[in-house]
Structures are given as structure tokens and as C-alpha cells.
Design a protein around this ligand. Structure first.
Ligand code: ZN
Length: 291
């Protein structure tokens, strides 16, 4: 039985100095591949769906497939709803069987953000082992339906981080530190490492431990990824990379094999590419062998 929330696996990651990969999927082929890669690497793993794919398939369909895959796997697997601004959809996903929910109130005022996050936390607490991720400050770029331009992106104020965590009672915290969604336009993006380190330190001084999440993980060099993890990033989100991989692998297969009209082989090509790529991420994040 490997259906778990994110809390325990991420506390272990924080204490162990590695990060758990959180992979956004838009198809069941990708979901299968993520679990296969994590199983092969003996790594804890998080599957994420943003709002559009969640509504495309429906929360119950996604959660049903997740449960079947996770129960057969030997590694802990969490199903996370990513960047949801709609409290009702958060609750529907909890009812369907998601095990971690991100309520994204980052575009709201500080107090409104705390209020909506707290509402989702209370619902999750009353529904069993379901953890909640909250965000403070805004991560720039476009993540599904939530768009933030670079200039408007406000980083997480260090002095507000602990207050947000305590008043909202979130299990996992996503501070905006200068990473961005989508594709980076520069190989050296302005990431506020010091801010990340200070927030992790402040959160480490209180109980229970609240792990920290890194958003906008695609496109950063391996050294940057290791630095973010070394500073205490315990959940590392990978979304854009797998979107590109799905499209590129499909296009390449079709350019060579279109005439064979064999959907199973197309799916296999996509799966194999994802197993390999997710495995590389797991190695980079240091979570191999941690399950
Ligand atoms: Zn994100």
C-alpha cells in the first residue's frame, strides 16, 4: 500500500538533504511512466495534475488510476493537485482521493490567502491523511491557468513566511524565490538563494517541520538544482520539461512511424522517454534509494 500524503515523505527529504520529484502529468501514459521510474529507482515520488488536466479527465478518474498504480508500487506515491485557486475544486479532489492539495492563494492579499488556505487545510484534516501546500509571493511565468508576469512577481517576504505557515496551518510551504514557470529566457535566472535559505532556517526552528517546495524547476542547470536542494528545497516541481518531452517524443515517433498506425508503439515510445527522463531527475534530486 503506497498511497500516501506528501507530509511524511517531504519531512524525511528535508532531514535527509534531498528532494522528492513532483512531476506534472497530462496523460495516463505519463502517470504510468512516473511510477515506473520511481519504482525502478526506489524513490518516493509525487504525481501532480494542474487544473486543466484535472478537469479534462475528472478528479475521480485520475485518482482511481493513481490509486491502482500506487497500491501496486513498492514506493510511496502521492497525488497532488497543483496551483488550484478554486476551493470547491480542491474539495472535490480531496473527495476523489487526491492526497496532497495546493491551494494557490498567492494572488490574494496576505489575509485572504491565509483564509482560503486555512479553509482547505481544515477540509483536508477532516478527510483523513491529506496534506496541503500553500504559496506566498508569486512565481512568475504561466502555470496552467495561473499567469504572472515577471515584473509583477513578488518574492515571498521572509518575515511573513512563519506567520503564514502558522496561521494557515499548511503542511508544505511554497515561497516565491525568483524561479519561474515555463522556459527560462536566460541560463542564469535571478534566484534569491539567500531568501530560500533564511525561510528554510526559520521554518526549521518550529514544530512540526514544514517542508519547502521549489516551483519552476524546468530548465535550471544541474548546479542550480543541487544548490536549491542543498538549501532545503524538499519538493521539486517538474512540469514544463515533461510537456516538451511528451510533444517532442510524439512528433519524432510520428515523423518516422506514422504509417504503421500502431498507437501502442507510440505510447511505448512516450513512456520509455519519460521513464528515462524522470529517472535522471530522481538521480539529480538525490531521492534514488530513499524509499
Ligand atoms: Zn508551480
Amino acid at each position: 500500500m503506497s498511497v500516501v500524503s506528501a507530509t511524511e515523505m517531504l519531512r524525511r527529504a528535508t532531514e535527509g538533504g534531498y528532494a522528492v520529484g513532483a512531476f506534472n502529468v497530462t496523460s495516463f501514459v505519463q502517470m504510468v511512466a512516473v511510477v515506473q521510474a520511481a519504482t525502478a529507482k526506489r524513490a518516493p515520488v509525487i504525481i501532480q495534475t494542474s487544473v486543466t488536466p484535472t478537469l479534462f479527465y475528472g478528479p475521480r478518474t485520475i485518482a482511481g488510476a493513481y490509486r491502482a498504480l500506487a497500491e501496486e508500487s513498492v514506493v510511496p506515491v502521492c497525488l497532488h493537485l497543483d496551483h488550484c485557486t478554486d476551493v470547491d475544486l480542491c474539495k472535490r479532489c480531496v473527495d476523489a482521493g487526491y492526497t496532497n492539495i495546493m491551494i494557490d492563494g498567492s494572488q490574494l492579499s496576505f489575509d485572504e490567502n491565509i483564509a482560503v488556505t486555512r479553509e482547505v487545510v481544515e477540509y483536508c484534516r477532516s478527510s483523513g491523511d491529506v496534506s496541503v501546500e500553500g504559496e506566498l509571493g508569486t512565481v512568475s511565468g504561466v502555470e496552467d491557468q495561473v499567469a504572472v508576469v515577471q515584473d509583477d512577481a513578488a518574492l515571498c517576504p521572509v518575515d511573513k513566511a512563519v506567520e503564514f505557515v502558522e496561521r494557515s496551518a499548511v503542511d508544505i510551504f511554497a515561497p516565491a524565490i525568483g524561479t519561474a514557470h515555463g522556459v527560462y529566457s536566460t541560463p542564469d535566472p535571478k534566484i534569491d538563494y539567500r531568501r530560500l535559505g533564511e525561510i528554510v532556517q526559520l521554518l526549521a526552528q518550529r514544530q512540526p517541520l514544514v517542508p519547502v517546495v521549489i516551483h519552476g524547476g524546468t530548465g535550471l542547470g544541474a548546479d542550480i538544482v543541487r544548490r536549491l536542494v542543498g538549501l532545503g528545497g524538499a519538493k521539486y516541481n517538474v512540469s514544463t520539461d515533461l510537456k516538451h518531452l511528451l510533444i517532442d517524443t510524439s512528433a519524432e515517433y510520428l515523423s518516422q512511424q506514422r504509417g504503421s498506425y500502431n498507437p501502442g508503439k507510440l505510447d511505448s515510445a512516450v513512456r520509455d522517454a519519460h521513464v528515462a527522463r524522470v529517472g535522471e531527475w530522481i538521480d539529480l534530486l538525490g531521492s534514488a534509494g530513499k524509499a
